[in-house]
Design a protein around this ligand. Structure first.
Ligand code: AMP
Ligand code: GLY
Length: 420
């Protein structure tokens, strides 16, 4: 079988690592991939968002299956392009991916199907946003409707933060067309969980539990990022997992199907565990990054049959077995991340980090420059440790981190420290 992975992050490297070991996968391709993936797959220089070019490439090679990592190609309709050519791919159609592509659509879907979420109003201009903020009072949350690379949300706890966000959203128009509509919503308090399921549009198969660490600094200080680390499993009580499935995930999948937007792929619900029960914060139409890096190594079974069954609409017959082990991921980010990551710093120590045993390193923002591996993006490496407990796994990950070096390397020192 020929399999194509679309994307170039550590999430896609983790997929390549797993799929390269799958029975029956003879040729693995990645578009565009990264230097780490190049050891496992043929990397082809087609951008992840070039959906037509990717479909033409897959057709020319008679690709047997394609899996898509990032949200942008899904929101641009890569699944529709592949379906038009009769090519197998796992990922939602453009219509189903709108749950991530438009926060206004997602909010309305919740209202239509009784899915618990924060109350919100849609603002198209400054006056409407100010009125909305007044209605909810502080703290209040502003969200750009469209995709904004994880930067389109402002949680405003003070008047100053709100004023600054209003300027950014409505005067500077920082999010362009993605910010034409803005959700102004009540701020939910509680702890957050990421809940990922594989679905064929009807059957739901929960993936192993995971959580990410969104802020740049220790103790959740500093700016929001794409994710600075993750652990799996989490200590989410069974009852809460069941409640999230029943109140949020099932009504979402069935609601989308009822509305003619059958969702096939990975549905990721970001959930706040509030005093009134779990409430939806946001949907993603894809695997989380870095959650995937800690979930995939725990999967005992082959990944490909699961993904194929979801794409065929045949997930009901499948089971997924998870190893009784813990995995922790520490993300190493470039100097200047998240605002202006520096490129070109030489990375050393990957060999010794991997030689420790119980470690894995997945690459993201890396490139080759005259024979050297160098930084080439915000999140550079996902360094993983495996162990019998989260603290054991985190200790192993940090041992690996201590072997790795590049100028200006930033990482959190507290991944897995708050769980045992
Ligand atoms: P999102 O991109 O919607 O996940 O938002 C990014 C982060 O903002 C979330 O992970 C939460 O930490 C925070 N957030 C979003 N919506 C709310 C809300 N209604 N109340 C409190 N925090 C929120
Ligand atoms: N880790 C959060 C995300 O993938 O969106």
């Amino acid at each position: 079988m020929r399999v194509l992975i679309v994307g170039s992050g550590a999430r896609e490297h983790a997929l390549a690592w797993k799929l390269s070991r799958a029975e029956g996968v003879e040729e693995l391709y990645a578009a565009p991939g990264n230097p780490g993936m190049a050891a496992l797959a043929h990397c082809v220089p087609i951008a992840a968002d070039a959906t037509v070019e990717l479909a033409e490439f897959a057709a020319s090679l008679h690709m047997d299956f394609t899996v898509v990592g990032p949200e942008l190609p899904l929101c641009l309709g890569i699944a529709d392009e592949f379906a038009r050519r009769g090519l197998a791919l796992l990922g939602p159609t453009r219509a189903a991916a709108e749950i991530e592509g438009s926060k206004v659509f997602a909010k309305d879907l919740c209202l239509r199907h009784g899915i618990p979420t924060a109350q919100a109003i849609v603002a198209r201009n400054l006056d409407e946003a100010v009125a909305g903020a007044r209605r909810f009072g502080l703290p209040v949350v502003l969200k750009a409707d469209g995709l904004a690379a994880g930067k389109g949300v402002a949680v405003c706890r003070s008047r100053d933060q709100l004023d600054e966000a209003l300027v950014r959203f409505f005067e500077e128009r920082a999010f362009g067309t993605a910010g034409e509509r803005v959700l102004v919503e009540e701020c939910l308090e509680g702890s957050e969980v990421s809940f990922m399921v594989l679905t064929d549009g009807a059957t739901i198969l929960p993936l192993a539990s995971a959580r990410d660490y969104k802020r740049l600094g220790d103790g959740d200080a500093g700016p929001n990022t794409g994710g600075m680390g993750a652990v799996s499993p989490t200590s989410l009580p069974q009852g809460l997992g069941t409640a999230i499935l029943k109140d949020i995930v099932y009504p979402t999948v069935s609601g989308l199907a009822q509305e003619g937007r059958v969702f096939q792929g990975v549905l990721y619900a970001g959930v706040m565990l509030t005093a009134d029960g779990p409430k939806l914060l946001e949907y993603n139409c894809r695997l989380g990054d870095p959650e995937t890096q800690v979930v995939i190594p725990r999967l005992d079974d082959d990944l490909l049959p699961l993904l194929q069954a979801a794409a065929r609409g045949d997930l009901g017959s499948m089971r997924a077995g998870w190893r009784h082990e813990a995995v922790a991921c520490v993300v190493l980010a470039a100097a200047g991340y998240p605002d202006s990551p520096r490129r070109g710093d030489v990375i050393t120590g990957l060999g010794p980090a991997l030689a420790l045993g119980g470690t894995l390193v997945f690459q993201a923002g890396t490139a080759m420059d005259e024979g050297h591996l160098v930084t080439a993006g915000g999140r550079v490496l996902s360094v993983l440790g495996r162990g019998v407990s989260i603290s054991d796994a985190a200790a192993t990950a940090y041992q690996a981190v201590s072997q790795i070096h590049f100028a200006g390397m930033q990482y959190r020192r507290d991944i897995g420290k708050d769980v045992s």
